[in-house]
Ligand binder design. Structure first.
Ligand code: ZN
Length: 240
């Protein structure tokens, strides 16, 4: 059994296709999606179709929530808001219903998945430091939990106190707890433009971060052609 754990695709079809190809090349047998399938980039419907076709566990992200609602937007910056309004026009009723039906938190086998935080998942807070991670750990009943939302890969480890470390290859020890950010497929913000996701090997107790090259130029061209803000195209190359 080999998992590909990915999220924050944000309608970036080129990045998602590259990640799917890499996962397949690594013999992945199971897929898990951490939400924010849509928002920001130019192919929300197409990305949603791919994720739906995997028939895998998916949790809801804040952009999934907003894109599938009809009322006014709250708590979004102007750039995100413009993209959400555009995204709402690209999705059909079936797409929106599928997004609306997503759960906030799920347990998959022996691990947990959530988009933002475990303590208040529906409030969309950000885990940026040990203190934020500690709040989530209080609600974590499995050794491993994967999350997204910050678009920056990171591992928080609780062994008495909470430590933070760069995510590369990480051995999982059952005596500790792990809150692992798998990074973003479609809009990384850690200064590296490559698409990010994780492989998880349960029998080896190993989590591995992958960074994948993709056709960023096509993704950028599509954003501009769609009439979405130029800055959304520019930021892909900057990885922020
Ligand atoms: Zn996101």
């Amino acid at each position: 059994m080999r998992f590909a754990i990915f999220g924050d695709i944000h309608a970036n079809l080129e990045a998602l296709q590259a990640v799917m190809a890499d996962a397949e090349a690594h013999g992945v047998t199971h897929y898990v999606c951490l939400g924010d399938v849509v928002g920001y980039n130019a192919n929300p419907h197409e990305c949603l179709e791919i994720v739906r076709s995997l028939d895998c566990p998916v949790v809801k992200g804040n952009h999934d929530e907003q894109a599938s609602m009809t009322d006014d937007l709250t708590g979004f910056n102007p750039l995100a808001e413009e993209a959400i309004n555009w995204t709402r026009r690209q999705l059909n009723d079936e797409d929106k219903q599928w997004l609306r039906d997503l759960k906030m938190v799920r347990q998959v086998r022996d691990f947990t998945i959530v988009h933002a935080t475990l303590d208040t998942p529906h409030k969309w807070g950000y885990v940026f430091n040990q203190l934020d991670a500690a709040a989530s750990f209080n609600y974590q009943h499995t050794t491993l939990c994967f999350y997204g939302h910050t678009h920056a890969p990171r591992a928080y480890i609780r062994e008495g106190s909470v430590k933070s470390q760069v995510l590369d290859k990480l051995s999982i020890e059952p005596s500790k707890k792990y809150f692992i950010n798998v990074g973003s497929v479609g809009q990384p913000r850690d200064g590296d433009w490559h698409a990010a996701y994780c492989l998880y090997y349960p029998d080896k107790n190993l989590v591995e971060l992958r960074r994948i090259e993709y056709d960023i130029w096509t993704a950028q061209d599509k954003i501009v052609a769609a009439g979405l803000p130029q800055r959304l195209a520019d930021r892909l190359a900057l990885g922020k």
